[in-house]
Structure formats: structure tokens, C-alpha cells
Design a protein around this ligand. Sequence first.
Ligand code: SF4
Length: 581
Amino acid sequence: MADVKIKINDKEVTVPAGTTVLDAAKTVNVKIPTLCHLNLHELKAVNKTATCRVCMVEIEGRRNLAPACNTVVQAGMVIRTSTPCVVKARRTMVELLLSDHPKDCLNCEKNQKCDLQKLAAELGIRGEARYQGAMSAYPADSSSHAIYRNPEKCILCRRCETMCNQVQTCGVLSAVGRGFETVVAPAFNLPMAETMCTFCGQCVAVCPTAALTEINNIREVWQAINNKDKVVLVQTAPAVRVALGEEFGMEPGTIVTGKMVSALRELGFDKVFDTDFAADLTIIEEASELMHRIESGGRLPILTSCCPAWVKFIEHQFPELLDVPSTCKSPHEMFGAIAKTYYARKLGIDPAKMVVVSIMPCLAKKNEAAKAELKNDNLRNVDYVLTTRELAMMIKESGIDFENLVDGDFDHPLGESTGASVIFGATGGVIEAALRTAYEWVTREPLEDIEFKQLRGIEGLREATVKMKDLELRIGIAHELGNARTLLEMVREGKEQFHAIEIMACPGGCVGGGGQPYHHGDCGVIKKRVEALYREDRGKDKRKSHENKDVLKLYQEYLGEFYGEKARELLHTHYTPRELI
Ligand code: SF4
């Protein structure tokens, strides 16, 4: 494509034809503020609505200001981004956005992470707004266990719609109504709980205000901690330890496992355990199930089932393929099932007095924890799920000096883990962990090169082959639900034959989860978290799930055979076809 020469604030700029003014400005470090704009290069999605009008610029020869985000450069264009007229217009746009927006910033759910609030401060907008519009007539929606939707705080930027429709292809959120009546909501303004929303939380990850947030469970967790009659166990997912530090000003990908453990102890949890223990357990069960299917001529491919958003997606969208996913519960649910049986028995306490809290990068796990089919003996496996962000809020409100905490260590036995379980948090990690075990079981030989590099990468859809003696396993990997849809359509139409498939709903896997510190679709942040997980794996003494001594002891003392009767009762589940709404 030919290059185009333009001038921005008197600086000569040469960019390829087709570049927007906004992207051209970035090449010469000219900052133009944005709110609705979202360019997810690596996710191949762009929010082009240009609804907020905050990025307006002056273009010589034009009578009207133009939005930089969707104005394409033309040869010889002379652009100015900060003239008095531009700044005044920008300020007015933000004031108009604030005119029908609640002014409760002090107790806003976004907890000082609101882009509108930041922009207003940068533009010097304080105190009473000049304009006063009517608040949204639509009530807030707290119908689900995962996502809170507050139309009063929505600025109609429609970033969530881009994520939901272009990236995840779920089509749940879109503009409903016209003019001042417009609201971004499910069709017919249905409550989220009654839709096919997967609760992946990617809409929350890109919302610039608090129009979409998680359902906050901090209060319930404090109540449990302060209840003397309860024993409160906490478990932490692998992706949390490489992102939590960002909430305390650390670089993405800083590993804070030890500080996180110490902080959880200071918060008052009775035992601090690791979901990685249950990830190793998941691998034992999933690899056993794969071997069983291969040996018995059962249904192939097998699909990993540890992502509840992905499971809900297949239940709604591909009900004819429900015999494909592994029946394994997700690792944190397995943890809860073991905690309230095996561990409760070890402690000699009534499981009804035990409270299991999961710290997850995920909103879908809030929804999953409430599912009736994930109960044993009429008790939920997991009582509460907090996101990485909620954990950070608890640490901050307790006044804990996170940065200066001395590293702590997980309690045992449910805190023991291998490197295989750590990489669960990255796309391709679950299937790599499963193959580290399956390889040694199938070939009965030690695995020489433990890293299956052909399974790694950040591309949304990947295929690879893994040789195990005479067996050549074809593997499919997808992250983001749009890519999952493509992969599943291939399977349904018989276009591709795979032995095993891994699907994770979020970009990059759980590291890019909807409950993580806001990534706003920035793949640079997500990649740093992925690299940190592989670093943590390399630093572990044991890197294969079947080497986890405490998991093996659990089978000897309580579960019996791998994928045996007791294991299937506690650690496996079933799937339910759901409607397409
Ligand atoms: Fe949750 Fe991970 Fe699935 Fe995202 S990819 S919905 S964080 S389990």
C-alpha cells in the first residue's frame, strides 16, 4: 500500500494509506484521548462506532472537527490535535457524557479504574456539571451470579458489543431502542441470567466505566472469615499470581505467588491452598479419560472442560456435540469437592462448616459455582468466587502493605503442585500439561523434551501434531469463543479430525480473563502474563502432574483408581443442552 505524507501538530508524518488519524498520531507520540475506541489488532476486532466524539481534531480546510478514530488520512492533510477549539469541544463532549451519568465516583464499583473519571480529571472537569440530562430509565441488572449491568453508567461506546459480537460471537449485547431511549442490553432487555451469555466477562474487561462489572462477593467472604463457626479455605488459580501485582503498580507478568499467599493469611483465611493442586488432579483424570476413549474406541476428539464460559457456549450453541467435552469438572470445582470430603474428614469437621473461596481470573466461575449439577451431598463444591480485582480490593481495604510482604508458602496437602498445573493459565497450557502425562503413560518412557513448543503461541486458532511412538495425536487449540466456533464447526462438519482440543474463552487463556486487572484488550499485557507462567513452570522441581505426590496420596488414601467410581462421582459432571436466546 502506498505511503501518505501528512502533518500533525507541524510534525511531518508518513504512514501507509488507509491509516486513521488516531493511529498516525501514535507514530509520532501525539496523544489523542479516546473513550469508545478499541482496536484489538491481534484479536482482529475494531470498535468503529465513534460515538463518544472525544478524539475530535481540526483538519485544515474542513469546517467541522473530525473524529480521529475513524477519519482516514489523505495526502497533504494538516491536522491539529490541541487547538483551543479542539480542547473546548473535547471538554464539552465529556461534560455531555457526564450530564446523564451518576456522580457517585467515590463509591463507584469501578474503584478508581474508570476511564471517564480519569479523562474528566485530565480535562479539569470537577464539581457541578454544566449540563443535566435525564438518567437512564432502565434498571440495573443483577440477575446473574457473574455480571452486574448498570445502564445509568453506560456511555453507549459499544466496546462491549464489539467484544461480545466480533470476538466472542455470542451476540448477547447490542444497542436496543432509539435515540435517548437507546440502551446496550440483551435482546428485549432480558435479564443476563436468562440469555446465552457465557459470562466470560470480556465485555467487563473493555468497559471504560462501571456500566459492566463483576457481581461483588467481598462482603459475603468477610462474613465467612469473621464467623468463628466456619473453617474458611481459599484457593488461587494459576493466572492470578502473574497479574495481581499490576493492581499494586507492578509490571504485568511480575510473579507474586509468595506475597499473595502471605496477604491471604493476613486477611484471615484459615488455610491457603492452590488450585494448581487440583489442576494436577484434573490432568490425571483428563488424561485417564483420553486414554480410556482411545483404548475403547470412544468419542474423539476429547475437549478440555476447565473453562466454564466455554462449556456454557457449547451447551447453548452446539448441543449436538455435548458428548465431546471431557466430563472433568474444572480444577477449582474439583478442589472444592476434595476439600469438603477428603480434607474435611482429615480435619474431622462437618463439611457444612467448611467454606471454600476461589480466587479466580474469571467471572464465568462465579456462575459455575452456583450450578446445581456441581454439588455433592447437596453442598456446593465452591461457596464464593472472587476475581483477582476483588482480592486486590480486599488487600487494599485491609491496609496490607502488599509490596513489602515477605513471601509465604501454601499449606499442605492441597497446596502441592507441579509446573504442568501452572501453565493451565495460558492458552495451550492445559493440553500441554495433559500430554506431558499421557506421553509417559502411552509410551512407558520418560519424556525427554518436556516442553511441547508446537502447542504454544498466541494465535487464536492453532493445530499441531504430537508423536507418541506409533500414535500421532492431532491437537486443535482455540482461545476466544469466535475461534472456538470455527474449530467446532470443523469438527461438526467432519472437515478436521482431532484427537484432542483445548478451548479457552478469554484472549491468551485465563491470563486474559474477565476478572483480571483490566487489560482493555492489550495483547502486550496478556503476553507478559503468559511468559511469566512459563517461567514459573521452568522453576518448578516437578513439571508433570503425575509426579504430584500429594495427588497420588489422595488416590491411595481416598479416591482409589484414576477415573474410577469414587473419582467419577466427585470429580466429573455432565452437560445440559440450553436454549439459543
Ligand atoms: Fe474463565 Fe479462563 Fe475461561 Fe476466561 S478462559 S472464562 S478466565 S476459565
